[in-house]
Design a protein around this ligand. Structure first.
Ligand code: COA
Length: 244
């Protein structure tokens, strides 16, 4: 039973809404635990994941009340970084629908997803140095991969906030949709992915994220897919004119 999330299970996707609106969906230990439960369910039965936030905020960061009390040993546990890595490694694609603030750990959670959509009110930022700490749950390297070192350093070192237009221009988000249509657009994007072969999607994600080993990993993944009945059926359908 979640106290910080609303979780809707569907056949091909799970929709998770971060829901601590009184704390702007700040990520506390309970939310971390509950997100790990979601990951366990998706590892066991792979489905697409849509992550969003309640009340016009995605997430305003890690819970500062908890962060203040954490010491070296908790930092070394990688409480948020391990969760976000687990989310990044989920078998099927993940999508963050960001309305309002995605700051600190909230931004890092969005960066860990495969794709992001924004409402016009979306704001991404990493104000951690202003609190005397480092953005240690992915921003220092994922953001650079997503938008390049120059912009990443403006965000990380100079406190630059990226609004929805910035995020679109930089490719950080796939599109901007009005807040009232954000989830509809997110589901449409997931629908498009859901029409692909699930094993093909899964192996593509695995290979695209593989740190090295190309092209061997690509060839091995393709070898698996070339033998699949799904590939033959999809190609037969194409060749007989039944395009999807
Ligand atoms: N951790 C814990 N509580 C948080 C929080 C966080 N990261 N972000 C917001 N809250 C709480 C506030 O303390 C406040 O609680 P209160 O009502 O008991 O006083 C409540 O959420 C509402 O926040 P408030 O600042 O009044 O809302 P706002 O709409 O004016 O501003 C933000 C929204 C996101 C701009 C602002 O809350 C903020 O800057 N949050 C911190 C962002 C941050 O530094 N994140 C990095 C953390 S590593």
């Amino acid at each position: 039973m979640s106290t910080t999330l609303r979780v809707e299970e569907h056949d091909d996707r799970v929709v998770v809404t971060l829901s601590r609106p009184e704390a702007r969906n700040a990520i506390n230990a309970a939310m971390v635990r509950e997100l790990h439960d979601v990951c366990a369910a998706l590892e066991e039965r792979p489905r697409l994941l849509l992550l969003t936030g309640d009340g016009g905020t995605f997430a305003a960061g890690a819970d500062i009340g908890e962060l203040r009390e954490r010491g070296r040993d908790q930092a070394l546990q990688g409480i948020n970084s391990r969760l976000f890595d687990r989310i990044a490694r989920l078998p099927l694609p993940t999508l963050a629908a960001v309305d309002g603030y995605a700051l600190g750990g909230g931004a890092e959670l969005a960066y860990a997803c495969d794709l992001r959509l924004a409402s016009p009110a979306a704001v991404f930022g990493n104000p951690e140095p202003g609190l005397g700490i480092l953005a240690a749950a992915g921003a220092c390297w994922r953001l650079r991969d997503l938008v390049g070192a120059s912009v990443a350093k403006q965000v990380l070192l100079a406190g630059k906030r990226l609004d929805a237009e910035d995020a679109l221009r930089l490719g950080l988000v796939a599109e901007i949709a009005p807040a009232g249509e954000l989830l509809k657009r997110a589901h449409a994007l997931l629908d498009r992915m859901a029409r692909s072969g699930p094993l093909a999607l899964r192996l593509t994600k695995l290979v695209a994220d593989a740190p090295g080993g190309h092209p061997v990993t690509d060839d091995l993944a393709q070898a698996i897919l070339f033998e699949s009945a799904d590939k033959r059926a999809r190609m037969d359908a194409f060749l007989s004119g039944g395009r999807s």
